[in-house]
Design a protein around this ligand. Structure first.
Ligand code: DQA
Length: 147
């Protein structure tokens, strides 16, 4: 079982970027923790980050054939990207929308998500722990489907 976790713009700065909102774990810390959870549950993890919309789209397309589920923190592109929405529409695997913060408790412009209509579920507001929760959620969805 192969999980793809893709991370959008500015998430490379986690740890130092607005730590009062996003916490002090770095993306490398999160990747390590998430890989371990995946391993413990018998899954493999591809974990990537890009500041570039097109690169994220290339990876979403790659996930069509390589992944059993996609966990996506599209960061600010969540609120703007019809191109990411369209790419997600081509997937037949479960998609989980993920955010460290709860976008609905923040500025009004974060309330709109172009990812949500393509997602089976959303995990938001649990900080870096959300990444671990998303591994469990993704594996649960995949196992349910293959029954
Ligand atoms: C975010 C929330 C987005 O609104 C924001 O643009 C981000 C991070 C989160 O993980 O909380 O960059 O996706």
């Amino acid at each position: 079982l192969m999980l793809y976790c893709l991370n959008g713009p500015n998430l490379n700065l986690l740890g130092t970027r607005e730590p009062e909102i996003y916490g002090t774990d770095t993306l490398a810390d999160i990747e390590k923790m998430m890989s371990k959870s995946a391993n413990d549950l018998g899954a493999k993890l591809v974990f990537r980050q890009s500041n570039h919309e097109g690169e994220l789209i290339d990876w979403i397309q790659e996930a069509r054939t390589k992944a059993s589920a996609l966990i996506l923190n599209a960061a600010a592109y969540t609120h703007t990207s019809i191109a990411i929405h369209d790419a997600l529409k081509t997937l037949e695997i479960p998609v989980i929308e993920l955010h460290l913060s709860n976008p609905h408790s923040r500025e009004p412009f974060r309330a709109k998500s172009y990812v949500a209509p393509c997602a089976h579920g959303v995990i938001a507001g649990f900080g870096s722990a959300g990444y671990r929760l998303s591994v469990e959620a993704a594996i649960t969805l995949v196992n349910k489907r293959s029954k």
